[in-house]
Design a protein around this ligand. Structure first.
Ligand code: TYM
Length: 355
């Protein structure tokens, strides 16, 4: 494998920088439309809280979005909408990086390298690929299959040690760790890529569909009644909650009573997350009562929490040029931050570089 002396000096420098990057956060959202309460409670809201203690990169992952067909004008609009949602939720774009992935080509370059590190067998085990590709796997894009390699590159291009996400991303982060570990091992650069710690925080790490408590709330569900979108107004939110599927029993007194009642569990979890309380506290308050009264409280809590965010989002979206400037500035900072990592990677691999 040739002379390692250059590599170990790179490595020494980066190991010293490790303490720093352990305090770095990366996370992303796909601009595929219908940003919903699950994205907010499972991810964005936690980012708002974490920004004070970490150096953060929050990315609108447009390269991930095109693993399935996106109409160009919609992709543009959805990218701005996700950026606006982050800012409206309370992420400060001055202290943190808010960028869109395609403006930082380091992600794509590192993803290619990771395509050559990850094994087909690992990718074959990804449940999200199986779900998204469905029965007709032969027709899925190759990008959809290597999607998790790009995710690993997103994070490791900054050597970020922490990744706040919802429960559904856990398997992808385990794969990202396998990739980082194999890279460190194969090129004999121990500790070059840090171990990534998933931060799966809060009560609502997996918000379920309002129409079926066994299915995840999702941007791609054909029924708009299955989710609360961040763009919904107060009437739409109230109507969706009123019509949410429930069962005929009163709410249970304890969490054990959720057994076989996924819709009840989901609505109570959402209420707990929105009111900053625990499921046990909510059940202490509403256990034994019927869904009618509870749904009113839930709708009020959802509207109180989301309305200010929605109106701020709309205000920001009225000036798309300003959002684009924010994304451009974020992209500049992100390129600068990831450049030294990519330079080291090229050197480690033995790519000939300008001196
Ligand atoms: P995406 O766009 O599907 O979702 C964005 C974030 O929202 C969380 N989430 C949920 N949380 C709770 N309940 C739900 N029903 C729910 N639905 C979505 C997701 O867990 C995620 O945190 N592959 C990622 C984007 C990505 C990324 C990354 C994330 C690309 N590169 C690097 C972290 C690090 C995705 O498709 O998220």
């Amino acid at each position: 494998k040739g002379d390692k002396s250059g590599v170990s000096s790179i490595n020494r420098g980066l190991v010293m920088a490790r303490e720093l990057t352990m305090n770095r956060i990366f996370s992303g959202v796909q601009p595929t439309g219908n940003l919903h309460l699950g994205n907010y409670l499972g991810a964005i809201r936690n980012w708002v809280q974490l920004q004070a203690d970490y150096e953060c990169i929050f990315c609108v992952v447009d390269l991930h979005a095109i693993t399935a067909w996106q109409e160009p004008e919609e992709l543009t609009a959805n990218t701005r909408e996700v950026a606006a949602a982050m800012i409206a939720s309370g992420i400060d774009p001055k202290d943190n990086i808010i960028c869109n992935q395609s403006q930082v080509s380091n992600h794509a370059e590192l993803a290619w390298i990771f395509n050559c590190v990850a094994r087909l067998g690992w990718l074959n085990r990804m449940t999200q690929f199986k779900e998204k590709a469905g029965k007709d796997r032969e027709r899925a894009s190759a990008g959809l299959f290597v999607y998790p390699n790009l995710m690993a590159a997103d994070i490791l291009a900054y050597r970020a040690g922490h990744v706040p996400v919802g429960e559904d991303q856990k398997q992808h982060l385990e794969l990202a760790n396998d990739i980082g570990e194999k890279f460190n091992h194969d090129w004999e650069v121990p500790g070059f890529f840090p171990e990534i710690e998933p931060l799966i925080l809060g009560e609502a790490t997996r918000v379920m569909s309002l129409r079926d408590g066994t299915k995840k709330m999702s941007k791609s569900d054909p029924s708009d009644m299955s989710r609360i979108n961040l763009t919904d107004d107060a009437d739409q939110i109230a109507q969706k909650i009123r019509k949410a599927k429930t069962d005929p029993e009163p709410l249970p007194e304890t969490a054990a009573g959720f057994e076989g009642r996924p819709e009840a569990r989901n609505l109570v979890t959402i209420y707990a997350a929105l009111t900053d309380s625990t499921t046990a506290q909510v059940l202490g308050e509403v256990g034994g009562s019927g869904f009618g009264d509870f749904k009113k409280k839930l709708a009020d809590a959802a509207v109180a929490h989301l309305s200010p965010i929605t109106s701020e989002m709309n205000r920001l979206l009225a000036d798309p040029a300003e959002i684009d400037r924010t994304l451009f500035k974020g992209g500049e900072k992100a390129r600068a931050m990831s450049a030294p990592v990519l330079a080291s990677v090229r050197e480690i691999l033995g790519f000939v570089q300008p001196g």
